[in-house]
Design a protein around this ligand. Structure first.
Ligand code: HH2
Length: 290
């Protein structure tokens, strides 16, 4: 299976690692580290040297309770990084839920829109549809970032409800003119879910494969891993790697991670053990230019 994005058709028969580049002062695990474009671009280079296949650039934190950022401020943060990162020749994703930011990022050359709100904002479907090949990640979120963890979220069957939501968003995207091969889906670990909901989504992740779209998942450093291990956010590398492997084992195609080197090492061993699509990790990049 391939994921069609603006400049690249990404071969998903090989597990893919999406490296996180947060150009934000307040992200939950790494906020404030990449204050300017040159620091962010140096971080991009490091993630690529460590084996990242895709870079996900974000200018607004989605952590529970995060303050919304105006579109012009978000663009001021991400566009210089995006412009600089185009030279790396790898798929670039913009992590945003704002249609204005999507449009500007795609016009600048972003390959993918990663939207934690699954293109629900007015104008978001059109912003992605108007670029004939841009890829998109549609993620499930219960509520909005500012409020999603304010009360314990309730589901009758979290996996069935996430699957139904994602099926509906895939249908809406396709109705807007976004071809299926441009779409991947994400259960949204930690977005309006309790520890038990997140674990249920991992244990029964294979049920989401019935949607017929590749799965992208983000467990990296999240609070469920803190709950399981008792560790603070800066000591969750091992837990994050274990979760990424478990997600791959259950059929995920792409993992979104902060700790690229550790994740890539673990995936190499996993693959060599015959658990993954054997021998494909560490092979020459398979993301092929159109
Ligand atoms: N998680 C975060 C942000 N964007 N996108 C997708 N598709 N899936 C995720 O699980 C996901 C995401 C939150 O993590 P992070 O970027 O590290 O933090 P913050 O939102 O505080 O910047």
């Amino acid at each position: 299976m391939h994921w069609q994005t603006a400049r690249f058709s990404i071969d998903l028969t090989r597990p893919r690692v999406m490296g996180i580049v947060n150009v934000t002062p307040d992200s939950f695990s790494d906020g404030g580290r990449l204050g300017d474009a040159s620091a962010a671009l140096a971080h991009c280079e490091r993630l690529l040297a460590e084996g990242a296949d895709i870079l996900d650039i974000g200018g607004e934190s989605t952590r529970p309770g995060a303050a919304p950022v105006p579109a012009d401020e978000e663009l001021r943060r991400v566009l210089p990084v995006l412009r600089g990162a185009l030279a790396f020749g790898v798929p670039l994703s913009i992590d945003t839920l704002k249609p204005d930011v999507m449009r500007a990022a795609l016009d600048t050359g972003a390959d993918i829109v990663n939207d934690v709100d699954a293109l629900r904002r007015p104008g978001a479907l059109e912003a992605v549809a108007s670029h004939p090949r841009a890829g998109v990640c549609l993620m499930h979120m219960h509520g909005a970032p500012a409020t999603m963890q304010a009360r314990p979220p309730e589901y009758v069957d979290v996996v069935a409800e996430v699957a139904a939501f994602l099926a509906g968003r895939c249908a809406a995207a396709q109705a807007a003119g976004i071809a299926a091969e441009r779409i991947v889906v994400d259960p949204g670990i930690g977005f309006g879910k309790t520890v038990e909901h997140n674990l249920e989504l991992l244990r029964r992740q294979h049920e989401l494969l019935a949607l017929g779209r590749p799965l992208l998942v983000g467990w990296s450093r999240k609070s469920t891993l803190g709950a399981l291990t008792g560790r603070p956010v800066d000591e969750r590398v091992a837990a994050s790697v274990a979760a990424a492997l478990a997600a791959m084992q259950r059929g995920a195609a792409i993992v979104r991670v902060h700790d690229v080197a550790a994740t890539v090492d673990a995936l190499k061993v996993w693959d060599a053990a015959g658990l993954g699509p054997a021998g494909t990790i560490g092979a020459p990049p398979g993301a092929t230019r159109r």
